[in-house]
Design a binder for this molecule. Structure first.
Ligand SMILES: *Cc1c(COP(=O)(O)O)cnc(C)c1O
Length: 401
């Protein structure tokens, strides 16, 4: 396969937004419809139906799904502002997005508790169990896939703990839904959020909340904390008209519907296996380049890999050089800044694209390491310490001799 270096297309090796499928490009340009007519009711009903299938829900009559015009954060804020009321919520955080749940909850919920682990460190389930025994908690919130590190958090275990103490379990599934297989019923999840543009592979701009019908019905007991993101209002409009409370981004609904059709056509389990196989190809290749990963492979989600930057390499230069070859990666953020880079493997990437990525990464790393090696005189056999060569004189400075 040929990759033209002047390719106007970027290969998005990111956790999303991702390269979208041609079927979605066609779908987003469908005819114009009115969002207060049955055409939209049918579109939304179809999306809801497919979302329940995506989660492989067995008791379908017990679940509903609402779609929000807004990115993943909108769905998370809708949950955090709609389900807690005057009760107490415990946020479990081991990274950037757990931290964001906490910040958002502090805005809406006076009784916000936090158990926090450093980025990339797994939760201590016994500690969480003890905390739930010692405190009256009504809602437990956790990120499923903590995108900043690539860590998959234990849904089934935390779901069981929440159930045992009578708390609702709510999950940020923004970066895992569409890749990982999530069993909402077995994991005792009351509400899960996700967005259109990560592992679902559609355009950015929509998010959704899937939840138990019984819990959706109860939401109207709480006083509204927001207008736009009130899940009780979303549920009322869904139930009576299969519509959204406010003007929806209709073309994005067409694209999301197509993305879900394509996923269900492939099969949820088959899709997971394909994405996981691609992650393995990528990880094996990077291990062969002597690269180390930030977390244990057993804890990793199938959608991305967080890689330690080799000592002599600047992550900024690495990203810039890869970009010249049409490859887009992420630099680490927060406490990972300068230390890691992240490589996603979702969206329309082929195995050939993965191989192109690996060979390009190898070339770029060799070039960058050779550049830094030039600055150091190698250690001599007589063990004199390495000396740093004089910094080259920039071209615009005239040397007077
Ligand atoms: C990307 C992401 C979000 C935020 O989604 P936006 O679409 O950027 O609003 C929330 N949680 C997780 C785990 C994410 O990966």
């Amino acid at each position: 396969m040929e990759h033209d270096l002047n390719l106007d297309k970027h290969l998005l090796f990111t956790p999303g937004p991702v390269n979208v499928a041609e079927t979605l490009r066609t779908a987003i340009c469908k005819e114009d419809i009115c969002h207060r007519e049955t055409d939209f009711d049918d579109l939304l009903a179809g999306i809801e139906h497919k979302l329940l299938s995506l989660f492989q829900i067995r008791n379908r009559e017990r679940y509903r799904a609402v779609v929000i015009t807004g990115s993943g954060t909108a769905a998370n804020e809708a949950i955090l502002s709609s389900v807690v009321g005057n009760g107490a919520i415990l946020i479990l955080s081991n990274g950037e997005f757990g931290g964001r749940l906490h910040k958002t909850s502090l805005i809406h919920n006076k009784q916000t508790h936090l158990i926090e682990m450093p980025w990339g460190v797994p939760f201590d389930v016994a500690q969480i169990a003890a905390y739930l025994l010692a405190n009256k908690i009504d809602v437990v919130a956790m990120v499923h896939h903590e995108t900043c590190s690539g860590m998959l958090n234990p849904l089934a275990q935390i779901g069981a703990l929440a159930k045992a103490c009578g708390a609702l379990f709510v999950v940020d599934g923004v970066s895992s839904v569409g890749a990982e297989v999530i069993d909402m019923e077995a994991c005792n999840i009351a509400f899960v959020s996700s967005s259109s543009s990560k592992a679902l592979g559609s355009y950015p701009g929509l998010s959704f909340v899937v939840g138990r019908k019984k819990q959706f019905k109860r939401l109207k007991r709480h006083a509204a904390k927001t207008t736009y993101l009130n899940l009780a209002t979303f549920y009322a409009f869904l139930k009576t008209h299969s519509q959204t409370p406010n003007t929806p981004a209709v073309p994005l609904f067409f694209a999301l519907d197509q993305a879900l059709t394509d996923i269900l056509h492939e099969g949820v389990l088959m899709r997971y296996a394909r994405i996981k196989a691609r992650a393995d190809l990528l990880r094996n290749g990077m291990r062969r380049l002597n690269l180390d990963f930030e977390i244990d492979e057993a804890d990793m989600c199938s959608v991305l890999t967080t890689v330690r930057v080799p000592a002599s390499v600047s992550v900024h230069d690495l990203r810039a050089r890869l970009r010249e070859k049409s490859i887009i990666i992420y630099e680490g953020k927060g406490c990972f800044a300068g230390k890691v880079f992240q490589v996603g493997n979702i969206g329309e990437l082929s195995d050939d694209d993965i191989r192109y990525f690996l060979s390009t990464l190898k070339d770029v790393l060799l070039t960058l390491q050779a550049d830094t090696a030039d600055l150091v005189i190698p250690v001599r056999p007589n063990q004199t310490p390495p000396a740093v060569l004089p910094v080259p004189v920039p071209a615009h400075v005239r040397v007077v001799s």
